[in-house]
Ligand binder design. Sequence first.
Ligand code: 5AD
Ligand code: SF4
Ligand code: FES
Length: 355
Amino acid sequence: MPSVDLSKQEIIALLETEGERELKDLCRRAYDVKMENVGKKVYYRGLIEFSNVCKKNCYYCGIRRDNRNVSRYCMSEDEIVEAALWAHGCGYGSVVLQSGERSDAEFVDFVERAVSRIKKESGGELGITLSLGEQGRETYERWFKAGAHRYLIRIETSNRELYAKLHPEDHDFNARLRCIENLRDIGYQVGTGVMIGLPGQNVEDLANDILFFRDNDIDMIGMGPYIPHKDTPMGESLKWGEKEKRTWLELALKMIAATRITLRDVNIASTTALQALDPKGREMGLEAGANIIMPNITATKYRSQYKLYEDKPCMDENSMMCRSCLEARIDSVGEEIGYKEWGDSPHYFKRMKKE
Ligand code: 5AD
Ligand code: SF4
Ligand code: FES
């Protein structure tokens, strides 16, 4: 079934759910919608955070350009391909290449080569998703030709005024919208998402985010709680104790559930940031309606330098440890892993038929 037309008020009511029992009921309702539309399988996207060099300066992000407390790295092409092939060997259906934003010619060539090699050396079997920020249309086209078929680019919030407060003046909300349009036009499956619980964000904004996903026919959604990072201009903006963590986690779960109930057949990630707020955060995400997990497959030596927010999990672990850890977590909620499958969203296939 395609998305149902819940009104903004109805979505707001879901997001305003209060009480333990009521939250459980909401998650159960979302879980039923998930079973009906995408089923019990969790699909993996092995995440390679290959460089923390970023030319941007988002006020919330731990690897922003002006943070001098980060030592910058870029994995070599061989290291990236090796990580991807490890994931392929384990039966992960896809990998995600993510980094800070760069758009110089050297970087564009580098990514193009890495993507082509992964495609070739995995015998065309690994799905390749990119998460490399705003780029010109030509760059997106080159990477698509090289073999990438999905692209993640979060809008962070659909509220333009709030967007302007989270970013320096040279960031442009319209430019991001153009990127989404270009990506779609080229043929990528497009993923977007927002941060949940940003200072100045209210439930109406979150409801509008869900309507934005719907109106833009988005195939995949990755969203997680906003978590302050101490070395950023917004790092001091919240008192972050156990009570706040609980509230933020619950809001994020409500957002996942409301998105599943509204959009039904899309892929929704249970993001790492959920696990930063509760050790069982990602399992809770699955129970609230998410169906995608991104196991970290970045070499351990780089992980501590890719800290977008405080308390990011898996910093000292390696790919193997995350693999067994997640297997146990997924098993604990009675779900199975869709090994060796790309796990495209049913929404994408329906959209293709329509176009
Ligand atoms: N808290 C939560 N998510 C964050 N991101 C960046 N900084 C933070 C933070 N402090 C997210 C943004 C970005 C993605 C790569 O990481 O949504 O798009
Ligand atoms: Fe760079 Fe992305 Fe962080 Fe912004 S959110 S500073 S673009 S890595
Ligand atoms: Fe990385 Fe649990 S998922 S250690």
